[in-house]
Design a protein around this ligand. Structure first.
Ligand code: SAH
Length: 219
């Protein structure tokens, strides 16, 4: 137990993680330093918290997972390539709130939608524990985007649809990007960008493995 406590909070454990992310090709130093300083163990149940700084996805209950640090870093890095710190970000799939917490430290305002209420409740507590106040959470089906008519400079989905929902594309500002895993067994991390002429360009990044984007909400 004692070792676990030290392991979780020690700077060295977290530096090992960011070193690994660098080796895997993550280059954005702001993203790396925020990952290094964010307590990922707070986003897991205690029984799993000793594994928080491994570069792996971990279960968070309700059949869902906290994304692997590499993929959190990669998706965040892509958003930053296209957006500025003034950008409002929409996230589909709050889950544990870990990715949300990383975004909240990099962007002015974060809107995040989760369809499973108990996960949202836990995420809300963790975000307030970390004093991250620039986040608005909503319990809804995120495939339809933010319920009020609104557009975003950046949208990220941490659950995979089989096709990109048109509603998410409709909520992209000109110059805005959507980063989203697309597919069933074989998923590809995909970037959709709204060009100055309003058309959408699609770039395929790399194979990934996410939980599916599901319809409807769970209380
Ligand atoms: N970013 C999260 C990843 C959680 S896994 C984290 O860091 O912990 C993906 C999440 O997307 C799950 O919590 C799942 O319930 C949620 N999800 C799936 N389909 C959804 C939908 N249509 N709307 C909102 N959330 C959805």
């Amino acid at each position: 137990m004692h070792d676990q406590g030290i392991g979780m909070t020690s700077q060295r454990t977290r530096q090992r993680l960011t070193q690994r992310l660098r080796e895997q090709g993550i280059t954005n130093n702001r993203v790396l330093s925020i990952i290094e300083s964010t307590p990922r163990h707070l986003f897991l149940d205690e029984a799993l918290s000793h594994r928080a700084y491994e570069d792996t996805s971990l279960p968070i209950g309700h059949g869902q997972t906290l994304s692997q640090p590499y993929i959190v870093a990669r998706m965040t890095e892509i958003l930053l390539e296209h957006a500025t710190s003034k950008t409002s970000v929409l996230e589909i799939g709050t889950g544990s709130g870990y990715q949300t917490s990383i975004l909240a430290q990099l962007f002015q305002q974060v809107y995040s939608i989760e369809r499973i209420k108990p996960l949202q409740d836990k995420a809300r507590k963790r975000l307030s524990q970390l004093s991250l106040r620039n986040v608005i959470l909503k319990h809804a089906d995120g495939q339809f985007g933010w319920p009020q008519e609104k557009t975003f400079g950046a949208i990220i989905s941490t659950a995979a649809p089989t096709e990109i929902p048109q509603e998410l594309l409709d909520q992209l500002e000109v110059g805005g990007v959507l980063v989203i895993p697309v597919g069933q067994e074989q998923q590809i991390l995909t970037v959709a960008k709204r060009q100055p002429d309003e058309s959408i360009s699609i770039t395929k990044i790399e194979p990934v493995k996410f939980v599916p984007l599901l319809g409807g909400v769970t209380r």
